[in-house]
Design a protein around this ligand. Structure first.
Ligand SMILES: [Zn+2]
Length: 347
């Protein structure tokens, strides 16, 4: 009788464990926060030890997730890298937090011919000619970036720095100038400033290195697009000469090879992605985007790269949907190409 009661208790505990795990799994998406996992992990450890199929590696590796630093209300995450790392990863559009106290960015207004991005604009929501623009998330970019960081760490022994914005893009866009990014909401401005100050901190540790601003595009061409702040029309030309207009200007001065080779040769980032099977632009096999839409690089690439100043180069990397959605399958080979590129040019 006592044994039956024990068996019944065990079965009930197992069912409860399963239900809790399923619930946790479902709630894991879309918030991709390490700190939440900390809480969940503690809950699991203190109760019924769920299987760990969904955590914590999916989000961030066990050795680093407890080491993240967080900004106000945990909206910005900084995973400090190894001191010898030459790589910084940014994830500005992978967040899903939608706090009620930060209003949605919709439309600004035009005053004296100039767009003013502010929640205190008159007729907010009616004027569309100073729109906040696209405010959807770059799906799976946080999972992909964490997995790339894990693989770079595994391959080289050095972990990249990673800075992620966890706010949904309709509250704050971490790849825009401050006014357009925040519509001058004080809480959003704090998060925006923290995002960029963590980047500045990582840059000062790295010294000379490479920043990759990780994004998503949904076009059918399935290309990886690399934005060096060079417009598609420039890339469509046969030979690239003007390195000073690029966000990798600093390193281009010291490569000892023509700019064309650094940007589109076999050992360029595009060339190394291409040799791993990814159609990439620019690259030796696809020098320019032709007539396809192309993103040359936004605020982060312009501000944090070396086009205007500094010793950190930046590239905006737009990943197609299949690489992001199946990040578990592709992150390692993507990381291999990044490691090859940094070994060749940044060490
Ligand atoms: Zn983006």
């Amino acid at each position: 009788m006592g044994q039956n009661r024990w068996i019944s208790g065990y079965i009930i505990a197992t069912i409860i464990t399963f239900l809790q795990c399923e619930d946790i799994k479902m709630r894991d998406s879309p918030r991709q926060s390490c700190i939440n996992l900390n809480v969940r992990e503690n809950i699991m450890r203190s109760s019924l030890e769920c299987p760990k199929a969904e955590s914590p590696h999916q989000e961030c590796s066990p050795e680093q997730y407890s080491k993240s630093r967080w900004g106000t209300d945990n909206y910005v995450e900084y995973q400090p890298g190894s001191t010898s790392s030459k790589i910084i990863l940014l994830v500005p559009h992978g967040g899903y937090e939608m706090p009620k106290h930060i209003p949605k960015r919709v439309n600004g207004c035009r005053i004296n011919g100039e767009c003013i991005y502010s929640h205190s604009c008159p007729n907010v929501g009616e004027s569309t000619d100073c729109s906040a623009g696209w405010t959807g998330s770059d799906e799976y970019t946080l999972k992909l970036s964490n997995a790339i960081a894990d693989s770079v760490h595994t391959i080289t022994g050095y972990r990249p720095h990673l800075i992620a914005n966890h706010l949904y893009r309709d509250r704050m866009d971490a790849n825009r100038p401050m006014s357009k990014a925040t519509f001058m909401d004080q809480n959003a401005m704090t998060v925006w400033q923290e995002f960029h100050s963590y980047i500045e901190e990582a840059k000062s540790i790295v010294g000379t290195g490479l920043l990759l601003d990780i994004h998503a595009h949904g076009r059918r061409n399935n290309w990886i697009q690399l934005g060096y702040t060079l417009p598609g029309d420039d890339l469509n030309s046969e030979t690239l000469l003007n390195a000073s207009k690029s966000s990798v200007y600093h390193r281009s001065l010291h490569t000892g090879v023509p700019f064309e080779e650094f940007l589109r040769g076999n050992e360029s980032l595009g060339g190394l992605f291409e040799s791993n099977g990814y159609i990439t632009v620019p690259a030796p096999g696809l020098k320019g985007p032709g007539t396809e839409p192309f993103l040359a690089g936004g605020y982060n690439t312009m501000r944090h790269g070396s086009r205007h100043q500094g010793t950190i180069d930046a590239i905006q990397v737009e990943f197609p949907q299949y690489i992001r959605r199946y990040w578990k399958r592709y992150a390692h080979s993507v990381a291999e190409s990044i490691v090859e590129f940094t070994k060749r040019w940044y060490q």
